[in-house]
Design a protein around this ligand. Structure first.
Ligand code: PLP
Length: 395
């Protein structure tokens, strides 16, 4: 009789989106034909931009031609895409060699797989409220998890201290779900802390494209010293609408070493063992995101989501309800009115105005009493949802 990985028995049921689906399903069954204003999930609503679609079509045609056909791709990414992404960083003043960039199938896959580089005895610090995968991926591996709650006092951007000492430090900025973004100074304190303690920061930059304020760092490698303590995990999902197309990238500087082991070399060894690379067609589509035309077009899409965010923020301002995020992030994290619990507020919005959001409690205990709105929805739906929200809460 084999012994399965018994750590799976320690996982809490992933009830957040399941519960939301159950509740909305029951509501629709009782009210057939009613339209729901879905502001809960973090999926995008706009299609891929023209430059990407053109590149995808061309790449499909390449695969039909013997002279241009591509078989297996290099495991760490096609040189054309690694070079394009590294150049994208270099244009912003971040020194990076092409082989410090790895192409992935998305941040989710990578956030799980990258843990192969760490011993099971390593502890992991998770700043909460947090994207639930950080905790679950470490529970599966049997690692000790340190939960660091954040809150209104620190603007959901806590400072490191004795209690936050851990081997792996998760930092997500702009944050899902709070929308909070670390300043250079604050992120710098985490970089110094990691270097002093020999920790490694896993920096989740899935939402970096939403940062408009030039003073805020879009990459941890804008911070001096990050090259010796950080791995950056990025995604084209929200930047360019690749949620269903799947493409991301990870930066592992060659200067990142612990105990005589170089993480960049380890990841090359890992990828060449465990993957056969990302599809040629998708990588061609991804490269188009970084072209001049691609950058212009993805910014147009991001502007649509930002207009959604502006509308919701103005509504909350008029209602006098405190919130975080929205400006440099696609999420708005609001305080539930009148001390309501986050599921109680969820039920109120669903039943009274047919608006669906995400209860904060699903992102960690300190998220209770807060509520997340995604701004990736349809603009007309966002408009009507904002109108309904104002009417309900101004009564
Ligand atoms: N990291 C964060 C913080 C996210 O919110 C998400 C998706 O919602 C991901 C990573 C995963 O992104 P991908 O679609 O690239 O797997």
């Amino acid at each position: 009789m084999i012994t399965p990985n018994m750590h799976y028995a320690e996982l809490k049921d992933s009830y957040l989106f399941y519960n939301i689906a159950q509740k909305t399903g029951a509501y629709l069954k009782a009210h057939p034909g009613v339209h729901l204003y879905r502001m809960g999930i973090g999926d995008v609503s706009l299609p891929l931009c023209g430059a990407v679609i053109k590149a995808l079509h061309e790449a499909v045609d390449d695969q039909a031609d013997k002279a241009r056909f591509h078989g297996y791709m290099p495991e760490c990414g096609a040189p054309f895409l690694r070079g394009t992404i590294a150049e994208h960083y270099r244009r912003r003043g971040i020194k990076l060699a092409d082989d410090e960039v790895f192409v992935s199938s998305g941040a989710s896959d990578e956030l799980g797989d990258i843990l192969d580089l760490f011993d099971r005895s390593c502890s992991a610090l998770v700043i909460e409220p947090a994207y639930p995968a950080y905790v679950d991926a470490n529970v599966m591996a049997g690692r000790r998890i340190i939960h660091l709650p954040s809150g209104e006092d620190d603007g959901f951007l806590p400072e490191p201290d004795e209690k936050s000492k851990a081997d792996i430090l998760y930092i997500c900025s702009p944050n899902n779900p709070t929308g909070a973004v670390f300043s250079r100074e604050k992120l710098g304190r985490w970089v110094d802390f990691a270097n002093e303690n020999g920790s490694v920061i896993l920096f989740d930059a899935a939402y970096e494209a939403f940062i408009e304020d030039e003073a805020l760092p879009r990459s941890i490698f804008e911070i001096p010293g990050a090259e010796t303590c950080a791995i950056e995990i990025c995604s084209l999902s929200k930047t360019a609408g690749f949620t269903g197309t799947r493409l991301g990238y990870t930066v592992i500087p060659r200067a990142l070493e612990r105990n005589g082991m170089r993480f960049n070399d380890m990841w090359v060894r890992n990828r060449t063992t465990k993957t056969n690379g990302v599809s040629y067609i998708i990588q061609k589509g991804g490269a188009a995101v970084f072209s001049e035309e691609g950058q212009r077009q993805i910014k147009e899409n991001i502007r649509v989501y930002k207009a959604n965010a502006d509308l919701l923020m103005r509504t909350l301002d008029r209602l006098g309800i405190p919130y975080w995020g929205g400006t440099n992030a696609p999420y708005i994290w609001m305080k539930c009115p009148d001390g309501m619990g986050s599921w109680e507020f969820f039920d109120l919005l669903l039943n009274e105005i047919q608006v669906v959001g995400t209860p904060g409690e699903g992102f960690g205990a300190c998220g209770e009493g807060y509520f997340r709105f995604s701004t990736f929805g349809d603009p007309d739906d966002t408009k009507e949802a904002s109108r309904r929200l104002f009417t309900l809460l101004s009564k």
